[in-house]
Design a protein around this ligand. Structure first.
Ligand code: ADP
Ligand code: GLC
Length: 494
């Protein structure tokens, strides 16, 4: 099976969130399962610089504006991965669209790049033409797997391609980011006007890139089974639940995994001391190190809660601020690492100033420090309003930090609440609360503090969590079987 992944991010080269972690692990897991996998990415500075041994595949000329576009093929640097495997990566070299400082989607001042329509239409266009066999005479995929709205337009371009035989799979990592653009710019896409209808790309008088994937891909997936169900409801559908429901059984959820070559407390070189389920001593040293580096009181007995997150409405961190008095009253400490919303950044900074030694905040993005947070924390808070999968609770589990999560999305599929029954069966791995309210979180925090006061019970939770295996190998097997279905669907539709 030949598979081309199209996406805007890939760990470790360009990352704003979990999407990059998925691209950093899933193609590799598919390679290990025997598939012939390649990835196509926009030539953002970090990607163009990071992809090794690049050579020119073809000049594409000027599309989406006046600049020159060419397609390069190189190799992903893969330190720590299985020797002998290499991941070929196509890079779309279009300096006029991609060669700029800032993140993949936003300028340095936080506004969206004004030419995002062209920037991500180009990703879709090139991915589609490569998949259709137009750009690289030496390789073409059986399946094009596009991730999030950034790559979704590939499905629209293939839809109108005269003799396309390639199957398409579209994965939703976050339905809230949809890639909406002014209808008046539709002419720039080079697509027939018949696609700009509510049954196609139109969404309330705008162009929706997300709808290209949801509507035209042969199969649609998201990153947990529970979110697949939620996406079809008004509460979580972000206005697209009708589109999701219309696809019926073409939509499914495949749970993300943990890349054990990156996230493993037994071998992590970036934490104060390594540790394992049978030798947990190192975790205490990691906790002490985290307290020191965050300026928290050096107190091995204080329950240390951590947050590693984008600071956005999605993540429900305003609930943490509101429930902070209860957390502190129970003797807890809070360490936050995050960046995003200015009001949340200011509120956490103010909370740290009001509670020196007990609340500490590190604003900004720091991959290495995220490992130290997971290793040093007793518990990790993920009180999301919605969460397609969530990776931080998976990393927390692996690092023996007990997750406290809202009963939503992929959090439901990955954490087992410490109910009386689950504890009796030794299945519990964390704490869950229902309502997105400070009171509900506070109640879960009290439960967490009570459990922490019982060392035997706490150790049971930690060890059960550390024993969880969210394997990319399992996910890869499920994707391969779905690719088979997509190929059949594409053949049947010809
Ligand atoms: P999302 O993709 O919605 O942000 P996930 O839980 O799937 O949520 O993935 C978040 C990823 O981003 C994890 O790898 C997490 O460690 C990382 N992350 C989030 N915020 C930060 C930060 N401030 N510094 C370092 N890593 C972060
Ligand atoms: C998105 C989601 C997150 C998911 C990640 C990777 O960013 O918000 O829940 O884990 O994608 O699939």
């Amino acid at each position: 099976m030949r598979v081309l992944h199209a996406a805007a991010e890939i760990f470790p080269l360009a990352k704003t969130g979990g999407l990059a972690d998925v691209l950093g692990a899933l193609p590799q897991a598919l390679l290990e399962a025997g598939a012939d996998v390649r990835v196509i990415l926009p030539g953002l500075p970090a990607i163009k610089n990071g992809v090794e041994r690049k050579r020119l595949v073809c000049e594409i000329g000027a599309i989406f504006g006046a600049g020159k576009v060419s397609l390069l093929l190189g190799q992903m640097p893969m330190p720590g991965k299985s020797p002998g495997t290499s991941l070929p990566v196509y890079v779309i070299d279009a300096p006029y669209l991609y060669q700029r400082a800032g993140n993949p989607y936003l300028a340095l001042d936080g506004s969206e790049w004004p030419d995002n329509l062209q920037r991500f239409a180009l990703l879709g266009w090139v991915a589609a033409h490569l998949a259709a066999g137009e750009l690289d005479a030496d390789w073409r995929p059986d399946v094009l797997h596009a991730h999030d709205w950034h790559a979704a337009m590939a499905c629209a371009y293939l839809k109108v391609f005269p003799a396309s035989t390639v199957a398409t799979v579209f994965t939703v990592h976050n339905l809230a980011y949809q890639g909406l653009f002014d209808e008046a710019d539709f002419h720039m896409l080079g697509l027939p006007a018949r696609l700009l209808t509510p049954a196609g790309l139109e969404f309330h008088a705008q162009i929706s890139f997300m709808k290209a994937g949801l509507t035209y891909a042969h199969r649609v997936t998201t990153v947990s089974p529970n979110y697949a169900t939620e996406m079809a409801t008004e509460e979580f559908g972000c206005g697209l639940d009708g589109v999701v429901r219309a696809r019926g059984r073409d939509v499914s959820g495949i749970l993300n995994g943990v890349d054990g070559t990156v996230w493993n407390p037994e071998s992590d070189a970036g934490i104060a001391a390594t540790y394992s389920p049978s030798a947990l001593g190192g975790k205490l040293r990691c906790k002490a190190a985290l307290q020191t580096s965050m300026g928290l009181k050096a107190d091995p007995g204080a329950q240390l809660f951590a947050v590693v997150s984008r600071l956005t409405h999605q993540k429900g961190l305003d609930l943490v601020l509101a429930a902070l008095p209860e957390l502190l009253a129970a003797g807890g400490q809070l360490a936050v690492q995050g960046s995003g919303d200015a009001a949340l950044e200011a509120a956490f900074t103010a909370a740290a100033a009001s509670h020196p030694g007990r609340v500490a905040v590190r604003l900004g993005y720091d991959e290495a420090f995220a490992h130290q947070m997971m290793a040093g924390a007793d518990a990790v808070l993920v009180p999301s309003r919605f969460e397609p999968c969530g990776l931080t609770q998976l990393y927390a589990l692996r690092y023996g930090a007990v997750p406290v999560v809202r009963r939503v999305g992929g959090l439901v599929d990955t954490v087992v609440d410490a109910s009386v029954q689950a504890l009796a069966r030794d299945e519990a791995t964390g704490f869950m609360f229902d309502a997105a309210t400070p009171a509900a979180l506070a109640a879960a925090l009290r439960q967490t503090a009570n459990a922490y006061a019982k060392p035997k019970l706490w150790r049971q939770l930690m060890l059960r969590g550390m024993a969880q295996r969210f394997s990319w190998g399992d996910a890869a097997a499920q994707y391969l079987s779905l690719y088979g279905e997509a190929v059949q669907a594409a053949t049947a539709m010809r």
